[in-house]
Design a protein around this ligand. Structure first.
Ligand SMILES: C[S@@+](CC[C@H](N)C(=O)[O-])C[C@H]1O[C@@H](n2cnc3c(N)ncnc32)[C@H](O)[C@@H]1O
Length: 255
């Protein structure tokens, strides 16, 4: 790809927010347009950093394709989409009516939404509806990505963040991570601690459902990000998107 081609992509008068609306209009999910626009913008300003983009929690690909658009316009990096991608029979209803899932990938057992469970109404009106059309969430995700011609930029990993990082190895580098997986306190802390070791200086962490009713997310962000001097810019961007930038010369950086 030549610089001329890269520049040509930026020569458009179609507002980016309109492009994003078009890109995600048929993709099931919860991430609102203002949040997707903010994610796109932050992903774009990390173009000058080394490393790839990681998303934990992709569901049907709504936020993934927006990150994919930013990565493609930047010209070099990939978006790794890490999700357990549960299938219909992996879900079980809890005694209080809410839902959780449990599944096995390559002989390893994973659980999802054990502490912060999926509320009954949300499961029955939205989450579970996916399985009327697809056997598994990965089928829907793949349709979203391939339908938008983004399979060269977006790579799916079926597993959790730990299994992804094991698979990519110690030299992996991340310039932006969007954390939108399990919203329980321990799960969010675990994801932050894991990805922090791979985040390049000046890289960004972005969180969905921050400082809303998800107390586990809020507590994890207060303890591990807001009180952490290694993050020098912390900002609530939209109603539920919170972002934090790692100091450019953070200690413990892996270069
Ligand atoms: C709220 S959805 C993600 C929504 C998506 N970002 C969007 O824009 O539509 C949360 C996702 O996290 C996944 N998930 C739950 N626990 C997980 C875990 N421990 N590791 C990876 N993914 C997980 C679920 O399978 C689900 O697809």
């Amino acid at each position: 790809m030549t610089n001329v081609h890269v520049m040509a992509r930026y020569r458009t008068t179609i507002p980016m927010i309109v492009q994003i609306e078009g890109l995600v209009q048929d993709v099931p999910g919860w991430t609102p347009i203002d949040e997707l626009y903010s994610l796109y913008t932050i992903a774009s300003v990390t173009d000058n950093l080394a490393g790839d983009i990681v998303e934990v929690g992709s569901w049907c690909g709504r936020s993934a394709v927006v990150l994919g658009l930013a990565a493609r316009n930047g010209g070099v990096s990939k978006v790794h989409c890490v999700d357990l991608f549960p299938e219909k029979n992996d879900w079980r209803q809890n005694p209080d009516g809410s839902y959780s899932f449990e599944l096995i990938i390559d002989g390893k057992r994973y659980v999802g939404y054990q502490v912060q469970t999926v509320w009954k109404d949300a499961f029955e009106s939205q989450t579970g509806k996916i399985y009327e059309r697809y056997n598994g969430v990965l089928d829907c995700f793949t349709e979203t990505v391939v339908g938008r011609g983004m399979q060269d930029v977006i790579v799916a990993h079926r597993g959790d963040l730990e299994s992804f990082l094991t698979a990519v190895g110690p030299y992996f580098r991340c310039r932006l991570a969007f954390l939108d997986g399990d919203h329980g306190y321990d799960a969010v802390c675990n994801d932050i601690r894991l990805i922090d070791q791979y985040l390049v200086p000046g890289g960004w962490l972005c969180f969905d459902d921050a400082f809303t009713s998800y107390e586990g997310v809020n507590r994890a962000l207060r303890e591990l990000i807001l009180q952490n001097p290694e993050y020098d810019f912390c900002q609530q961007m939209t109603r539920k998107l919170f972002v934090a930038r790692k100091k450019a010369a953070a200690r413990g950086e892996k270069s």
